[in-house]
Design a protein around this ligand. Structure first.
Ligand code: NAP
Length: 250
């Protein structure tokens, strides 16, 4: 398979979960590139699994100077950049009654500011005709308990795909967004006590129209499509990869 043969990608959060699933799918289609994260251990293990055509860069996507370094280093290593995946994200859970100013700022910095500046700092390096892929969430479309701020930040990311595509028309850079539903990643460990994780995943699967939650590979296959020339007529689009959760579940 070589849908992405010789394409160079930068994948933020490529050392875990959905980002790693995207990196593996890209690798399987002949791409090379850089994965970005802060955890040196998971960066090292992910890049070891991806092989010699990938590098790991330790950087904080909420810091603009780090993002400038990421694109400079990737471009110096591979000579060009064709695809940017702004995947790193997460943030505080809680309600409007509980999330304080510090957690508000952290969540918006990670989910919104980082996406804006990942794209902006990639612009001097990405080729004309390049593909930018953003990662939304179906929490932007349904009100889930405790995910109000997160959902709002992802609604803005979904808008960015349209706005950035319009801004970048003259360079023929396409920006699209993948909106995952509940996906089986280490993110669960950040919100749920270890002994409850299995039960919570089973509960999520039971309400999914497809009877299962998503896997990072489900998002990886969709990202391959958006990164490849097969999607050359798509820009500003949102692809919902949620097992039917958003519109079909009760
Ligand atoms: N899992 C789901 O059900 C789901 C559903 C919808 C949308 N999403 C979205 O999918 C994306 C990936 O989530 P996931 O579930 O795969 O979570 P995950 O396994 O926890 O991965 C999050 C990734 O983001 C990176 N990251 C976080 N903060 C960072 C920072 N300041 N600088 C650099 N990297 C940073 C992490 O790396 P380090 O820890 O090394 O920094 C990690 O690689 C997120 O945008 C999330 O909102 C997930």
């Amino acid at each position: 398979m070589s849908k992405l043969k010789n394409k160079v990608a930068v994948i933020t959060g490529g050392n875990s979960g959905i980002g790693f699933g995207i990196a593996q799918a890209f690798k399987n289609e002949g791409a090379k590139g850089a994965i970005i994260g802060r955890n040196q251990e998971t960066l090292a293990s992910a890049v070891a699994q991806l092989g010699n055509n990938f590098i790991a860069i330790n950087a904080d996507v909420t810091k603009v100077a780090d993002l400038e370094r990421v694109f400079k280093e990737t471009s110096e290593k591979f000579g060009k950049i064709d695809v940017i995946v702004a995947n790193a994200g997460g943030g505080a859970v809680g309600t409007v009654a509980t999330i304080d100013e510090a957690d508000y700022d952290k969540t918006m910095d990670l989910n919104l500011k980082s996406v804006y500046f990942t794209v902006q700092k990639g612009l001097p390096y990405i080729n004309e005709g390049g593909s930018v892929i953003l990662i939304g969430s179906n929490a932007a479309h349904r009100a889930y308990a405790n995910f109000t701020l997160y959902g709002a930040s992802k609604a803005a990311v979904i808008y960015f795909a349209k706005g950035f595509s319009s801004d970048l028309l003259d360079r023929k850079i396409r920006v699209n967004v993948i909106t995952p539903g509940t996906t089986d990643t280490p993110a669960f460990e950040k919100f749920i006590p270890a002994e409850q994780i299995k039960a919570v995943k089973t509960q999520f699967a039971s309400v999914m129209p497809t009877g299962r939650i998503g896997q990072p590979s489900d998002i990886g296959k969709t990202a391959v499509f958006l990164a490849s020339d097969d999607s050359s007529f798509m820009l500003g689009a949102e692809l919902l990869v949620d097992g039917g959760m958003t519109y079909l579940a009760n």
